[in-house]
Write a protein that binds this ligand. Structure first.
Ligand code: NAD
Length: 479
């Protein structure tokens, strides 16, 4: 099936009739073509968005909400089809797409469709000056949304939903590695009656189609999720045009385990936070620090449980770890195993590519545990973004706090302890946008989401996202 651009409610081939291959990671085969769009396609998407804006920005909140809830319902109604498509495009187990990715895409539309009806702005009575200030929060106009491949529809809708809820029109680009569910979403938007031009989806490479979006002088805000290097590039391009930017970037998150934690709960959750979605979640706790008093026990138990995680075809219900997203990505992740060895790291489990019977050309890899001697080695400092974790013992709270913070990233952190005072001390000092205590990736869509340091700028989620996608205008009236 060929994927097409979605512009002004219609489906279009790329103007230059240039196409890219789309691979199925589970067997390494090309199974569809996607537009290799150029700046001309982006310009057409921009024109459609611009002409839809006056009407959409004046559409009542009730009506916007109604359409968004309809999109949410249709995503739910298409759960199986979307989950299968996501799995085929990305390599993740179908059960995971069914349990997480697609339901979450649906709830993104439901959440922001409801949230916009509750979004209010401030007023300030200037007491003694006989004046009142009130703040309007007006949509920006045409905004750009650019998303990565790891949670394709989930993260794509996480941006689009608040953008259109707030009254903007959107030019969006999903990752060229996983474009399929974004394409299916465009069909759903038409079925739900989303007016033409409110959402436009241009497919293609970051360096051409993506670049055309970020360079466009009249696309005044960019919400981007992806790698830190790409984020830095976008910031450089956008700064002279004073674009509003939300950058959700990479992470190298610590998972800190104290000996007073609920051990079983920690062990099961640590499997998920290490290898969920093949370790390709920006929030994965890929640096595991374990208190020395339970280190040997943890090492034994962790290796034991990890060895039982089945790597297999994404359609098999007992598959825990599916295929990595692409061949170059698999090669990159594998290269870190060699780097680890060269640096003196010890591979406690895994480290190799796997051939799954019947799917020998798929991009499978063993879940991998590397014991490191120092937190300063590359495998402990650089984002690998695959099924590879490092483990290392620590003795004191101060020591682990220092090593947890000694990376350039600051997206999330996980802490396992039952000591309340330690929890308060640690959560206050961990350099991260999000900290989980005795859990991982428990999400409430109202909470601020984002990172510090090289993990990004700005926050998404809840009203933070609606604030990002609006401009505040203060009006002062003297009476
Ligand atoms: P990437 O930066 O390579 O690509 C992300 C998107 O940006 C893609 O759609 C790509 O086509 C586009 N892009 C690339 N170059 C561009 C350019 N010059 N101009 C405009 N767009 C461009 O990232 P990826 O490999 O797709 O995703 C993996 C990264 O995403 C990891 O670093 C991961 O940590 C990060 N991520 C972060 C979060 C978060 O919330 N912080 C969530 C998921 C993934």
């Amino acid at each position: 099936m060929n994927i097409q651009n979605y512009i002004n409610g219609n489906f279009h081939n790329p103007i230059q009739d240039d196409w890219l291959d789309n691979y199925n990671p589970s067997n390494g085969e090309v199974y569809s073509q996607i537009p290799n769009s150029s700046s001309e396609d982006v310009e057409n998407a921009y024109i459609a968005a611009k002409s839809a804006f006056p009407s959409w920005s004046q559409t009542t909140l009730d009506e916007r909400s109604r359409i968004m809830l309809k999109i949410s319902e249709l995503i739910e109604a298409n759960l199986d089809r979307l989950a299968e498509a996501e799995s085929k495009d990305n390599g993740k187990p179908i059960w995971l797409a069914k349990a997480v990715d697609i339901p979450r895409a649906s709830s993104n539309f439901r959440f922001f469709g409801n949230a916009i009806t509750q979004f209010a702005s401030e007023s300030h009575e200037s007491v003694g000056q006989q004046a009142i200030n009130y703040t309007l929060r007006q949509p920006i106009g045409v905004v750009g949304c650019i998303s990565p491949w790891n949670l394709p529809l989930y993260l794509f809708t996480w941006k689009i939903a608040p953008a259109i809820a707030a009254g903007n029109c959107v030019v969006a680009k999903p990752s060229e590695v996983t474009p399929m569910t974004a394409f299916l979403l465009s069909e759903i938007c038409n079925e739900a009656g989303l007016p033409k031009g409110v959402l436009n989806i241009v497919h293609g490479l970051g360096t051409t189609a993506g670049q055309a979006i970020i360079e466009h002088p009249d696309i005044k805000a960019i919400s981007f999720t992806g790698g830190t290097a790409t984020g830095a590039h976008i910031a450089k391009v956008a700064a002279p045009m004073f674009k509003k930017l939300s950058l959700e970037l990479g992470g190298k998150n610590p998972n800190i385990i104290f000996d007073d934690c609920d051990y079983e709960d920690m062990l099961i959750t640590t499997i998920r936070s290490s290898f969920g979605n093949q370790g390709q979640i920006c929030l994965c706790g890929s640096r595991i620090f374990v208190q020395d008093t339970i280190y040997e026990q943890f090492k034994k138990d962790f290796v034991n449980v990890v060895s039982k995680q089945k790597v297999g075809h994404p359609s098999a219900p007992d598959t825990k770890i599916g295929a990595l997203v692409s061949k170059p990505h698999l090669e990159k992740v594998l290269s870190y195993v060699d780097i680890a060895k060269a640096e003196g790291g010890k591979v406690l489990y895994g480290g190799k590519q796997i051939k799954v019977e019947g799917y020998e050309n798929g991009y499978y890899m063993e879940p991998t545990i590397i014991e490191v001697q120092t937190d300063e080695c590359r495998v402990n400092q650089e984002e690998i973004f695959g099924p590879v974790v490092t483990i290392m013992p620590f003795t004191t709270e101060d020591e682990v706090l220092q090593i947890a913070n000694k990376v350039k990233y600051g997206l999330s952190a996980t802490l396992w302890t039952n000591d309340l005072k330690r929890t308060m001390r640690m959560t206050n000092q961990l350099q991260a946008g999000m900290v989980w205590v005795n859990t991982w990736l428990m999400r409430d869509l109202r909470t601020p989401f984002g990172g510090v340091k090289d993990s990004g700028v700005g926050r998404e989620g809840g009203f933070e996202a609606l604030r990002f996608f609006t401009e505040a205008k203060n009006v002062c009236i003297k009476y």
